[in-house]
Design a protein. Sequence first.
Length: 255
Amino acid sequence: MKQVTVMPIRRWKSLFVCGACLLTAGLGHAAFFEDDEARRAIRDLRQRVEKVRIDQSSSQDEHGRGLLELQRQMELLRSDMAAMRGVNEKMTKELADLQQRHRDDLQSLSERLVNFEPSKVTVDGVEFSVGPAEKRDYEAALAVFRKGDFQLAQTLFTGFLSRYPATGYAQTARFWLGNAQYATRAYKESMVSFRTLIAKNPEHLRAPEAVLSVANCQLELKDTKGARNTLTDLIKAYPQSEAAIAARERLASLK
C-alpha cells in the first residue's frame, strides 16, 4: 500500500493565491478588450450621428436655397404677370380706340356717301333720280325765283341747265326760266325757253301753260296775229286743260 503524501497547508495557500491572481489578470484583460470595443462602437455611433446631422444640415441648407429660388421665381412670375396685365390693358384700350375710330370713319363715310347717292323725286308728275348736288342747285334756283329775284333766278336756272343738260328737272327748269325772263320783260328769250319745253316734251304737265305763256309774250311784243294762232293751237292740242280755258277767254277778248 502506497503512502499518500500530504502537501503542507502553506503550499496550498500559495497555489490559491497564484490562481486567484491569474484569474484576476484574465478578467482584467477581458475587461480591457471589452472597453476598447465599446469605445470604438461609441465613436462609430458618434460619427454616424454627426454624418446624419451634417446631411440634415446640408439638406436643410439646400431646401432653404430651393425655397429662396422658388420665392425668386414667384416674384419674377408676379412681375411678368403684372407687366402682361399692363400690356393687355393697353392693348384693350388701343383696340377699343381703334374700333371707335373705325365706327366714326364708317359713319363719316356713310354721311359722305349720302351726299353722292341719287334719290328719287317727283316733279310735275314725273319721277326720276337726281344727285344731291343737282337737287340742291335746282331747289336753290327755285327758292330765288319764289323770293321775286327774277334776274338772279334767270342766272341760276341758266347755269343749272348748262351743268345738268340731261337732268329730269330740265323741262320744269325751263318753265321757271321762261317765267323769270317774262318777269324781267325779256320776252323773246322767254318764248325760246317755253318753246324748247314744248318741243322736247309736249306731254309735260307744264306744256299747256308754256303755250299760253308764248301767246302772252307775243301779245307783249304786239304780235296779235301770232298770239291768236298760238291760242288756237293751244285749244286744239290741250282742250281739257285749264290753259285752254284761259286761251278761249283771251281769244274772245282779241276779237
